[in-house]
Design a protein around this ligand. Structure first.
Ligand code: SF4
Length: 461
């Protein structure tokens, strides 16, 4: 399958049971995530005020979300004033229809695509194919997934589950070329040769967006390969599909975002290509620009006081790379183009907790908190996971326990008081069998005689 979508077809535990059998996958993932994590640690350590920058990033995203409607209306006004057209899509189906309508109005049967997880979310490729329009992925990893009829398994590195030899064999089988080696440079050269003519022939391109700025009406795409720049500049028509949460109020906000994003995603000080454009410029680049603003469940997430922090996400994928669950199961176990910790909170909120497979995703976590520490915009993923677990009605006792845990953990005074009474609490909980499902395969942890907080406060006296 290509494209992906966000509707898991089975529960996380059933899907993970399957993917865990694949030793090659675990080896590929372990190697790739360890490499990215160690590089990321080094480039993050270079910024002395990294924690303050994270705080600034989370605050600016919160402010943007608090005034989302106003920001989007200003953005629309600025894009239209610069010669672009703005479309509002409440659902995935509407967004696909708008793209198809634009393609048909130009008699276009083939479009080139910049890597866009939002387009994967709405299953754009399949939707266009159903209307006789072929969408060609031009990002190397997305192209690999498309040729393999496979779905992405990582936000940033969609083909992370495949190694070089697998990719070499795929290129030989699907592109009819002979690869001399499995070296990345040789494989990239094959893809480059394959894509070059497609770029030159394409009349229409489809992209996502890393951000849009309301006050200027500009749109930004951040990438590493240059394929995005080709798509964004060569075709006559450009269509950008953007989740509504990506809008930033001010141009100066881009500076904070760009300090956080490349270091957290590709572990680079700066990514190789940052394309920023405003509407249409006569004689330069696409002469028709359409911006599709996609809701697809986001306003429901925004209305939730706890869940709305999920919309801060800048899709850097740092939380995936540090997650011990993702590292072992891989992205396909999540059944959504949003895998890992962010997927475990975003997918069920976009679909609603009544979706019978998506509502298993908040349980795809050891609650170790590594995702929260890595997140450049400080999304408290464990807090949202506990909150969403509390919403599942599968087991009322477990649901009550998670609601209580969320209530207790969301206030430091309550948390301290709970720590003091934990010995008694653990005895009651165990004695009443309230966590029987949990303790079927685990020991109830020993409660130490003295907590760290107590020891610390005594030490300070
Ligand atoms: S949740 Fe945070 S760490 Fe994960 S992809 Fe989003 S911004 Fe990155």
């Amino acid at each position: 399958m290509s494209g992906g979508g966000i509707r898991p077809s089975m529960s996380f535990s059933d899907a993970a049971r399957e993917t865990l059998k694949n030793r090659t996958l675990r080896h590929n993932l372990g190697f790739a995530t360890r490499t990215i994590c160690s590089k990321r640690e080094k480039v993050v350590a270079e910024i002395a005020d990294w924690e303050q920058t994270r705080t600034a990033g989370s605050m600016l995203k919160d402010e943007a979300l608090a005034n989302l409607e106003e920001n989007l209306l200003i953005l629309e006004e600025k894009v239209v004033a610069a010669g672009g057209k703005v479309h509002w899509a409440a659902t995935a189906t509407q967004a696909v229809e708008i793209v198809a309508m634009i393609a048909k109005s130009h008699q276009v049967s083939k479009v080139v695509k910049v890597k866009s997880i939002t387009s994967d979310e709405i299953e754009l490729n399949d939707g266009l194919a159903a209307q006789g329009i072929t969408a060609l992925e031009t990002d190397l990893a997305e192209l690999i997934c498309q040729l393999a009829d496979d779905s992405p398994s990582h936000i940033l590195v969609p083909a992370i589950h495949k190694n070089r030899d697998e990719i070499r064999a795929l290129f030989e089988a699907k592109l009819g070329v002979r690869a001399e080696t499995s070296e990345p440079a040789a494989l990239a050269e094959i893809a480059r040769t394959h894509l070059r003519q497609k770029f030159l022939e394409a009349k229409m391109a489809v992209s996502g967006a890393n951000f849009a700025v309301a006050e200027t009406g500009c749109i930004g795409v951040v990438e590493s390969e240059g394929n995005g720049r080709m798509c964004l500049t060569l075709p006559e028509v450009l269509v950008t599909i953007m989740g509504i949460e990506k809008v930033l109020p001010k141009w100066e906000d881009v500076a904070t975002l760009m300090r956080l994003l490349p270091r957290s995603s590709t572990a680079e000080r700066m990514n190789p290509y940052t394309s920023i454009w405003t509407g249409v410029t006569p004689g330069d680049g696409p002469q028709e620009f359409h911006l599709i603003l996609l809701d697809n469940g986001r306003t429901t997430v925004l209305a939730d006081a706890v869940g709305r922090q999920t919309l801060r996400c800048i899709r850097c994928s740092a939380c995936l790379n540090v997650c011990p669950v993702y590292q072992r199961t891989g992205g396909h176990a999540y059944g959504s183009v949003y895998p890992g910790p962010i997927g475990a909170i975003l997918t069920p909120q976009l679909l609603g907790m009544e979706h019978k497979n998506a509502n298993t995703l908040p349980f795809a976590s050891s609650m170790c908190g590594a995702c929260y520490e890595a997140c450049p915009v400080k999304i408290n993923i464990p807090e949202v996971l506990a909150y969403l677990r509390g919403k599942t009605a599968k087991n009322p006792a477990e649901s009550s326990a998670f609601r209580a845990a969320f209530w207790m953990m969301s206030d430091h005074r309550r948390f301290s008081a709970a720590l003091k009474g934990r010995r008694l609490g653990v005895s009651i909980v165990s004695g009443l069998g309230l966590v029987k499902g949990w303790t079927d395969s685990r020991e109830m942890p020993e409660v130490p005689a003295e907590s760290f907080r107590t020891w610390w406060s005594k030490r300070g006296q």
